[in-house]
Ligand binder design. Structure first.
Ligand code: NDP
Length: 241
């Protein structure tokens, strides 16, 4: 995919999958506009990848909308930022639930609204990829709020796909399995738990961030022009094992 002259908004571009995706986009010629939280990441995205980086806390709805508008115009949108908090279902707090929903579900909606409005106003076409998780398909212990937030994101993806495709904007979801990023280290540091998960992945390994980035770029590309509204696992076969 040649992305020369294309501008791509990537949320959560500071670390992990978002960072790897931003890097791949830059390698393929795109200008990346990063929406991310840590000042150090904003700085390194600018210095190392030449991104335009906007610092925002995506848990703040008003700030998220302002940042989304500041990021425009753009050709493509990748909603990648996400967060997790491990709590058994019976101990899941309202605070954690609301926070995960704000970052993982509400923020992608807000950014996609502003992105899509801008394209529609300008009469241009585009594509959105929302980074969900296999956790939206299965109940992973200690991930109640996370699973719910990603299930909510999938619902948004499907409605976007129905409403926006007639206007020239496709929307799809990617669903990584455990991917070796800072978030995964937080969630899968217990070797016993990690082994249980790994044993269910037929290709025999966890994903690398670049595995996910390549699929995201495919879904944005014209080669995927007839792919709309899918929830694509990038899981080494975890879902069929
Ligand atoms: P990381 O924790 O490595 O990176 C997440 C990025 O999102 C960071 O740059 C982080 O910024 C940013 N972010 C998080 N919260 C906020 C916020 N409130 N405001 C602004 N930016 C924020 O995560 P991953 O790369 O692992 O995850 C990326 C996506 O992939 C997420 O949506 C996640 O749910 C999904 N996913 C990940 C899997 C995995 O195993 N890694 C598996 C399945 C799905 P900062 O560090 O500054 O807070």
């Amino acid at each position: 995919m040649n992305l020369n002259g294309k501008t791509v908004i990537v949320t959560g571009a500071g670390k992990g999958i978002g960072r790897a995706t931003a890097q791949l986009l830059v390698e393929r010629g795109a200008q990346v506009v990063a929406l991310t939280r840590s000042a150090a990441d904003v700085e390194s995205l600018q210095q190392e990848l030449g991104c335009r980086a906007i610092q925002v806390d995506l848990a703040d709805a008003k700030a998220t909308r302002e940042a989304a508008i500041a990021a425009l115009p753009a050709d493509f949108l990748i909603n990648c930022a996400g967060t997790t908090e491990l709590q058994p279902f019976l101990e899941t707090t309202v605070e954690a639930f609301d926070h995960l929903y704000a970052v993982n579900t509400r923020a992608p909606m807000i950014v996609a609204q502003e992105y899509a409005r801008s394209l529609i106003n300008d009469g241009r076409k585009g594509a959105i990829v929302n980074v969900s998780s296999v956790a939206s398909f299965v109940g992973i212990p200690d991930h109640a709020a996370y699973c719910a937030s990603k299930g909510g994101l999938d619902g948004l993806t499907r409605v976007m796909a129905r409403e926006l495709a007639p206007l020239g904007i496709r929307a799809n979801g990617v669903h990584p399995t455990v991917t070796l990023t800072p978030m995964a280290v937080k969630a899968w540091s217990d070797p016993e738990k990690a082994a249980g998960m790994l044993n269910r992945i037929p290709v025999g390994r966890f994903a690398e961030s670049s595995d996910i980035a390549e699929v995201i770029l495919f879904l944005l590309s014209d080669e995927a022009a007839m792919v709309n509204g899918v929830s694509m696992p990038v899981d080494g076969g975890y879902m069929i094992a």
